[in-house]
Structure formats: C-alpha cells, structure tokens
Design a protein. Structure first.
Length: 426
C-alpha cells in the first residue's frame, strides 16, 4: 500500500475506526498522488516568472484558444479552457455548501465537509461505490429504485441489492419493512435512500423521516456499520406535505457507526442536465473528512481527472446571480402545476379498471401500477399506436415523467394511456 494511503487510513482509524472498516479494499488503497497536479498547484502560487508545469498551451498571457469558439462564449478564457481542479472550483464548492446550509436547517452546527464537484450524480454514486463497496457487500434500498443503481453497485462493484417495500398499506414510507431488512444485515451495509424518489415521485413526511433516522441509529447502536447514501437528485421539488430537507442533516453526527454521504447536483434542481455538475458531501469528524476528500480526489484523478470547467463556471455565476431565486421559483411553480394537474386527472374513476397509482408528492415522476396488463406490452403499444412514450419500470409499473409534459397536455396524455389499456383488454 502506498505510504500516502496508509497515512490517510491512519487518520481515519485514529478518529473513527468504524469508518475505516466501512471502506472497500479499493477505498483503503486510494490516495491523492503528489504528482503533476499538486506540483502545478504549488507553482500556481509561487511561479511568478514562468510556470512550465501543467499541460496546457498559453498565448499572450492567457490560455490558448480558437477565436471561433471564444466569440460565442461570454466568459473569460481563464474560466473556460484550463483544467478545473479534481475537487472542483473552490468558489463553487463554498457556495454550494452555503446553499445546503440554508436549505437544510438540520445541517447547521454539524461536522460537514465541503462538497466535492462530480460529473453529475451518477459519478457521485460511482465514487461512493468505489470507496465503500466490495464484492458481496449489501446495498439496501426500496423496491422502487432507479435501474442504474444495478450497474453502479452490482455490475461494477459486485454488490448485492436487497430491497424492501417503499410503501406501507396507508401509502406512507414503510418504516417497519426498512427496519426488518436492516435487522437481517451483519457487520456492514450500504443504505441508499432517494427522495424525491425516482421512479415514484415520493418523499416521506417529517414524522416518517425522523422514524427512518431512528431505525438507522438503532441499527448502528446494535453494532451495524452503515454507509448511508442520500441520492438527492430532485431535491427541492416538494409539492405537498413532506419533509423539505435532506435526511443528510438529520443523520450527520448521529452515531459513530453512521457515515452519511449526500449526493446531489445542479442537473435536476436547476434544469441544467447536460452541464453535468454534481456534488458529493460527507459528514464526519474533521480529520476523517480530510482523508475522505483526499481519497475522493484520488478516484476523480484516476477516472475523469476533473470535471468540465465551463460547466462549473456557468453554475457558479448562476448561483451568484440576483435572478437565480426568482427564476427557480418560477420553474418550481410550473412543476407544481403539472404535479397538481396530474393528480386531478388521475382522480377520474374510469382509470381504476386499468390501474392504481403509487403515492407521489415531489420530483419529476409518478408511477402507474397496472392491474392486469404487462407494462412492457403497454409501453410498446403506446409507442406504436399513439406515439406516446413512457417507461416500463418492471412487469406492472409504468413511469410517467409529468415534468416533460405541458400542463395543458396532461389530460390528453393519460387519456391516451387509457385508450392503450382498453385496446389490450378487448
């Protein structure tokens, strides 16, 4: 093992041995090398005459670039063309943390690291999988989950996904099923909670969220070491009564056997999907936070090297804009209107012969649970006969992204799904 990795491991072991035990073999071996990037960073501070360290080209005192590209961009060349640091632009990291503290009151006063920039949320999930999952480790998550988790945690890292019912009979979060599933785990588990949930669009109530946190604390008190990943991709899009903050703040500093990891980003929250700017944030004691940051930088350096500089510049300036909050509220109201309209349409009793729907109160999506029709059969029929695209999540469930349908078209959308169901039941 490299001496730098050993030093980071010793810092974690000294401060919280449980978190060291949570690391995968890869996670224990990771470190941020003192190579070109660290030497270039030192040169950037001290090389006042010539800086011949990093592999970019310069011209007339600024990064070399093509004029036909630059004339279309309203940013300084220095904020576009050079490599961003593996951990991301420092001003963006600080501003995103400020945003988290405002939006998540439970985070205040807790030992929380600065967000590290990722190439959107899937990259953040992949980093967490690399750091903490060995072959055979268990990922505990609700039955309704984003299918890409399989690639990230099972295929890439050899983990096992164990699920529990998301909903109880009353339509709330199934705290008891979650407790029972955790009780079956031994030594270590990775828990992944995604609220608002993809695919169902569900977020638990404050009471359910607090009960969920208590389940985790009880399991930790019983000796189970828990890496708790909060996939907050659709954070902030809360339309009805639900908890309005991430469980990350409630879990931070809650128990030595719990490591909360928040994975979020501007992609869904701020409607900039293609810019690929996400963040991964840890809650732990200070020395452990530093070690986890160094290991995370090591992963980034060894995979994508660093994220897009211009994307980070755009997000940073957006967050600093006086128009940011106003425009975000405008878009929220549009999304809220689509969610409300969807529920109004689904209240029509005629639909009951073909489907029920899972509770939804947030996010981009909702799910229909088909009574008798195969979901994939319906999906293909809707495409071929009606030009309507939906997602078949499994044999019974159809995911509908009301986020991508104008409010005035939502009635027509579900009427066509209804017609497709009628065709297949004749």
């Amino acid at each position: 093992m490299n001496a730098l990795a050993t030093q980071l491991n010793e810092k974690i072991q000294k401060e919280n041995p449980a978190i060291y035990d949570m690391l995968s073999d890869l996670g224990k071996n990771l470190y941020y090398p003192k190579g070109i990037l660290s030497q270039s960073a030192e040169a950037g501070k001290k090389a006042h005459r010539f800086n011949a360290t990093i592999g970019i080209a310069t011209e007339n005192g600024e990064p070399m670039h093509f004029r036909h590209i630059q004339k279309k961009l309203d940013y300084k060349p220095s904020d576009i063309y050079p490599y961003a640091a593996p951990q991301g632009k420092e001003a963006l990291r600080s501003l995103w943390k400020d945003k988290l503290l405002v939006e998540n009151p439970s985070m205040k006063g807790k030992s929380i690291g600065r967000p590290i920039v990722t190439s959107a949320l899937t990259h953040g999930l992949s980093i967490a999988a690399d750091l903490f999952m060995d072959a055979g480790d268990v990922l505990v998550t609700p039955q309704q989950y984003w299918g890409n988790y399989n690639t990230v945690f099972q295929i890439r890292r050899g983990g096992r996904v164990e699920t529990f019912p998301l909903f109880n009979e009353a339509g709330g979060f199934h705290v008891d099923a979650f407790r029972e599933t955790l009780a079956k785990q031994t030594e270590k588990a990775i828990v992944l909670l995604n609220f608002p949930n993809n695919p169902t669009g569900f977020t638990p109530s404050v009471e359910e969220a607090e009960a969920t946190v208590q389940v985790l604390k009880d399991a930790a008190e019983g000796g189970l070491k828990l890496v708790v990943l909060l996939d907050d991709a659709y954070f902030g899009l809360f339309y009805e009564d639900s908890i309005k903050e991430s469980l990350f703040g409630l879990l931070a500093d809650s128990h030595v056997n719990i490591l909360p990891v928040k994975i979020d980003g501007a992609t869904k929250e701020n409607y900039v999907w293609g810019l690929r700017v996400g963040f991964i944030t840890y809650a732990a004691a200070p020395e452990t936070l530093d070690a986890l940051e160094q290991k995370t930088k090591g992963i980034i350096r060894g995979t994508v090297s660093s994220g897009s500089h211009i994307s980070q510049t755009i997000i940073l300036e957006s967050l600093q804009s006086e128009e940011f909050l106003q425009e975000k509220e405008e878009k929220f109201q549009i999304m809220l209107g689509r969610a409300v309209k969807t529920k109004q349409v689904l209240a029509d009793e005629k639909f009951a012969q073909h489907w029920t729907y899972y509770p939804f109160n947030s996010g981009y999506f909702m799910c229909l649970k088909l009574n008798t029709i195969d979901a994939e059969t319906l999906r293909l029929h809707l495409l071929d006969q009606y030009g309507v695209g939906v997602i078949a999540s499994n044999k019974t469930d159809i995911r509908v992204a009301f986020s991508s349908v104008e409010e005035n078209d939502i009635q027509a959308l579900f009427d066509l799904i209804y017609e497709g169901c009628k065709d297949l039941t004749k």
